[in-house]
Ligand binder design. Sequence first.
Ligand code: C5P
Length: 305
Amino acid sequence: MSPSWVRASAPAKINLHLGVGPVRPDGYHPLATVYQAVGLVDEVTVSPSAKWCVTIAGDERLALSDVPVDGTNIAVRAARLLAERAGVDDALAIRIDKGIPVAGGMAGGSADAAATLVACDALWRLQTPREELVRLASELGSDVPFALVGGTAVGTGRGEVVVPAMVRGDYWWVVVGSSAGLSTPEVYREFDVLAGGLGIDDPGIPDELMEALRSHDLEKLALSLHNDLEPAALRMRPRLSEVLTTGIEETALGALLSGSGPSCLFLCSGPEHAQQVAHGLRAGGFGAVSVARGPVGGAKVERVG
Ligand code: C5P
């Protein structure tokens, strides 16, 4: 018998390195990135319904009202794509419990798409081959394949080509979210403006970063963290400089913007240090501060009812 509902989760991503090349003819930018999945998750629950509907739940500080509840929601697009491929004609009620900042540069929408793919695969008992799910994921968005795979991985192409990386140990991060998101396409456009005429090179992954991850050398990792989108996002949201500086003053080992922002990330030496840095940032008046460990696994089914 088919289940009456399925709940799946998928993690947020951070980019330990985000190298961006010159804009391609299709409007995307070539990337060389190192993704890490961290323990902030969204949960997606799917159940058969007479018509398609989406409900969003979670902490109000996460700008939930910015998430569309119509057919443009990426979870609906993911479910419809899988349904079309499998010849399923059922409508769904989709509930999304957000734990990942909305429009925060942490791939929350991509996590919802990845969780929806695995949830619908279980609900409709399709047993879609893994490679096929990853292919569908790349149609939905550049970060969706990584949300399926999780862990720590190198991303190339427009971010959709994902190869797992050799990494030792756990990494502790403080994440400072923002109540107002940044639009990823707008940050990339600002990147193009700043890069205008500079003749930027094709992006690559620095050897020191991969060595730091293989040997769990936190000092070396802190020095290797880099995000090519940071100058563009800081121009659009100058106050983010203050967040990054405050985290370092609060003894974080390293600081960088997450993806296209505006979430800011702080590398810490362990869970106690992360709590201490988080406490300092909260005392400094920064709102949505959380502690997250990486790497964690990708999208997975949590419960079937
Ligand atoms: O792939 P995704 O739909 O998540 O991308 C959202 C937008 O971000 C794209 O429309 C594009 O403007 C920008 N983008 C980009 N280069 C990438 C990934 C995303 O320019 N590699």
